[in-house]
Design a protein around this ligand. Structure first.
Ligand code: CP
Ligand code: NVA
Length: 308
């Protein structure tokens, strides 16, 4: 069963194939209405069940539009209005949805819940974000970097701010595609070390700094994310620790002159990124957001055995 809980479930060749397929499909439908299906309708008649135990704009809309463009459809269950919210088990939900839908996408808090879902599901399960990782986002990010002329092997990516779920998936991608990551976080907010070690074992250089300037120096790509992730809303004292890690004009000037700025969104302009950088010419955040659709299509095709 081709579950997509993390990038390593697919591996380097399959993620590369996803990116290539996304580039081809995106070019082939340029200018078409967003809801019109691709000419080959590869998922004709297929249904994706999406479970959201946390908020979402991009993941929800991009998976829905992705299914329409592939010739299928998607439906949403949220915790508040489904039996999951009243305590029905993940195991039973997985087995029921496996009889009704062709794939399941789930956004939740504890990564163990998607592992449980995958254990009991007889259709592919896709990680739409957990507290541990966000692999679908990173397929879109890799696509965006390539589209903006960045060759992945040997690239220097600087991460600024919180060592969170999005960074974990970037580290996993670094291991698979051999790019180097310069992580700048306050002390105590470093990424979980097993993601760092996994990446290092696969070859790239992963540097951990408690200085934004050291992380940003000479970078090809600067990336940040919200300082307070979903589920951490009461971590107010975090903001003061994070303040020196804002991606602003001074920090961007330390990167390569043609560096690009990525942010998975939603952004808190004035906190993790200055307005000047967010709205500036090196920011590609809305290309990145659009690419969620193109990336999600490839993930779905891989999970359903229709890629390549
Ligand atoms: N980047 C991202 O996953 O956005 P949403 O939370 O809006 O889905
Ligand atoms: N790190 C953020 C990403 C949101 C897409 C969060 O988990 O809330």
């Amino acid at each position: 069963m081709a579950h997509f809980l993390d990038l390593s479930d697919a591996g380097t060749d399959a993620v590369a194939a996803m990116i290539n397929d996304a580039i081809d499909r995106k070019a082939a439908r340029k200018g078409w209405p967003r809801g019109q299906a691709d000419a080959d309708r590869p998922l004709d008649g297929h249904v994706l069940a999406m479970i959201f135990e946390k908020s979402s704009t991009r993941t929800r809309v991009s998976f829905d539009i992705a299914m329409r463009q592939l010739g299928g459809s998607a439906l949403v269950l949220d915790a508040a209005s489904s039996q999951l919210g009243r305590g029905e088990s993940i195991a039973d939900t997985a087995r029921v949805l496996s009889r009704m839908a062709d794939a399941i996408m789930i956004r939740t808090d504890d990564h163990a819940k998607i592992e449980e879902m995958a254990k009991y599901a007889s259709v592919p399960v896709i990680n739409g974000l957990t507290d541990a990782s966000h692999p679908c986002q990173i397929v879109a990010d890799l696509l965006t970097m390539i589209e903006h002329g960045k060759a992945l092997p040997g690239l220097e990516l600087a991460w600024l701010g919180d060592g969170n779920n999005v960074l974990h998936s970037i580290l996993e991608a670094a291991g698979l595609f051999k790019f180097n990551v310069r992580v700048g976080t306050p002390k105590g907010y470093e990424p979980e070390m097993h993601w760092v070690e996994q990446a290092r074992q696969r070859g790239p250089r992963i540097d951990l700094f408690n200085s934004a300037a050291e992380a940003a120096a000479g970078a090809d790509v600067l990336v940040t994310d919200t300082w307070v992730s979903m589920g951490q809303e009461h971590a107010h004292n975090k903001l003061a620790a994070m303040a020196p890690f804002q991606v602003n004009e001074a920090l961007l000037a330390m990167a390569k002159p043609d560096a690009i700025f990525l942010h998975c969104l939603p952004a808190h302009v004035g906190e993790e990124v200055s307005e000047g950088v967010f709205e500036g010419s090196q920011s590609v955040v809305f290309d990145e957001a659009e690419n969620r659709i193109h990336a999600q299509k490839s993930v779905l095709l891989w999970c359903l055995g229709k890629l390549g």
